[in-house]
Ligand binder design. Structure first.
Ligand code: HEM
Length: 474
């Protein structure tokens, strides 16, 4: 049975990536005290875009909070404690950094924002607009409002005008899980329960993921929905989800120089076809987006949106798409134990899906200007940070022993700090090993947020005052 989604109660980014709004800017903010936080949320509330059907506006606004931001709004510690441990500890906590591969050059001490040395972040505002002018206008209104409410922008993350291709040059944004309760899912098989991406709905285990539930007395105005699990509590989590934001810097020249050097002919001349083929092997798709399992030998733009495939029956050895390629790690589809190639395998896989909503940044066209940088403001949504985002990042992307490999991390985005500097390309008669793979992607910032449902935003905005604007805590 499929839960009916309360779409008007959910922030819109859960249902759509705002592809019609090509321009976006993400503002990380901090507030001086509760009244500032409440004032800002009060201004945002009527502007927040919901996931209600038939979206046609030319702008959109979303807002999410860190634990510090929820405390700043006056949420008592007993309620804060109901959020997940990963969210409460934060992405930059030392043990999480090791777990996520944020070490060496990606270490959180060197982050531009979100690191332990920087100011604590209270929240994140995502602004989208159909034109650059409209975005500037809305951003200026936001800046005015921040100043008027004693809130500060800690960082404003600009993005590139939305396009199909990410900075390395590959078609991105092709494969997304289909969430039950949204129209596309009803037209296709293989959809994922809404509770994998929205709290307060049944997840892949048929259960309601843990989330903060409050005694009814904590919500005298009955702003929050009741716990659908049948307790008499008020559900602060329902219609909300966790949002992961990571600034991932891409070394575009390093990536293509490596592909050129690694495929140079014995006489020293370059081989453009071999270079493109190696780059495609790292990703698992050609630049057009055509998946290697469907187009093993050359790019085929006719297959650019191709997403209806598995690995086990067509390519069990990884002869077409290497076992360690980025997309084969990030979504192994039907290749997982204990019974690869069966629905049971797909079912296990569906417990580790992510809704990706990132946008690229940097100069248009790829190569950064001196002092500039290019990359991806990676955003994903998941109801369970540990089982979804952290598992994919740690156990699939960064594990050197993934899929029977030995010293390979994700060849595109994996950490090479301690191990994982090899990329294995299965081939007949012998496989090819590329050793000493450089680091192509580095983490420059990151944080976990809670993206509340609309009722929770209303609730947070009217909490009684209690927090003095004293020293800030994380
Ligand atoms: C700068 C960093 C990254 C780049 C350039 C990148 C690039 C790509 C590209 C080109 C695709 C293929 C297009 C598609 O299937 O939509 C893809 C797919 C994907 N990526 Fe990434 N990615 C990056 C980081 C990450 C991270 C950090 C994660 C997860 C923690 C991730 C998870 C995924 C997933 C789940 C897919 C879809 C795979 C599938 O369903 O077949 N990516 N990425």
């Amino acid at each position: 049975m499929t839960d009916t989604l309360d779409r008007a109660g959910i922030q819109g980014i859960v249902a759509r990536g705002y592809s019609s709004l090509g321009h976006a800017r993400f503002t990380l903010f901090a507030c001086d005290g509760q009244s500032a936080a409440r004032g800002l949320l009060g201004w945002l509330l009527p502007r927040v875009t919901t996931a209600a059907p038939r979206f046609s506006a030319d702008t959109a606004v979303q807002v999410a909070f860190t634990p510090a931001g929820l405390r700043r709004l006056g949420l008592p510690e007993t309620a804060v404690a109901g959020f997940s441990l990963e969210f409460l500890a934060g992405m930059a906590a030392a043990n999480r950094s090791r777990f996520l591969g944020d070490v060496g050059e990606s270490g959180s001490r060197g982050w531009a924002w979100g690191g332990p040395a920087g100011p604590a972040i209270d929240g994140l505002i995502l602004l989208y607009a159909a034109t650059a002018e409209l975005l500037d206008e809305r951003q200026a209104q936001l800046a005015q409002q921040l100043a008027a409410t004693d809130a500060r922008a800690l960082a404003v993350l600009d993005t590139l005008e939305r396009q199909d291709h990410e900075p390395f040059g590959f078609h991105d944004g092709i494969s997304q899980p289909l969430m039950q309760g949204l129209p596309k899912a009803s037209r296709a098989g293989g959809s994922v329960p809404a509770g994998e991406f929205v709290l307060g709905y049944r997840n892949g285990y048929g259960q309601l993921t843990d989330r903060p539930l409050l005694p009814r007395s904590a919500d005298p105005r009955q702003l929050l929905p009741p716990d659908p699990g049948g307790s008499s509590q008020a559900d602060l989590g329902r219609n909300g989800t966790y949002l992961v934001l990571r600034q991932l810097e891409q070394d575009v020249d390093g990536f293509w120089n490596y592909a050129a050097e690694a495929t140079r002919r014995p006489d020293g001349s370059g081989d453009r076809c071999a270079q493109d083929a190696l780059a495609a092997k790292l990703v698992g798709r050609w630049r057009s987006g055509a998946p290697l399992v469907k187009a093993p030998y050359r790019d085929d733009p006719a297959l650019a949106e191709g997403n209806d495939f598995g690995y086990h029956h067509t390519d069990p050895m990884g002869l077409a798409c290497p076992l360690g390629a980025h997309i084969r790690r990030a979504n192994p589809r039907d290749s997982l134990d204990p019974r690869p190639g069966t629905d049971a395998s797909v079912q296990v896989n569906s417990l580790h899906r992510l809704l990706r909503r990132g946008r690229s940044y940097g100069p248009a066209g790829g190569s950064p200007r001196p002092g500039g940088a290019t990359g991806l403001h990676f955003i994903c949504l998941a109801a369970n940070l540990a089982r979804q985002f952290e598992f994919v990042q740690h156990t699939w992307l960064n594990d050197p022993a993934f899929n029977g490999l030995y010293d390979d991390s994700d060849p595109l985005v994996g950490s090479r700090e301690s191990r994982g500097r090899t990329f294995t390309v299965p081939a007949r008669p012998v496989r090819r090993r590329y050793r000493g793979l450089p680091q192509f992607v580095r983490t420059r910032g990151g944080a976990y947020f809670f993206l509340p449902g609309i009722s929770a935003l209303r609730y947070l905005e009217q909490l009684p005052g209690s927090v003095p604007s004293g020293p800030r805590t994380g």
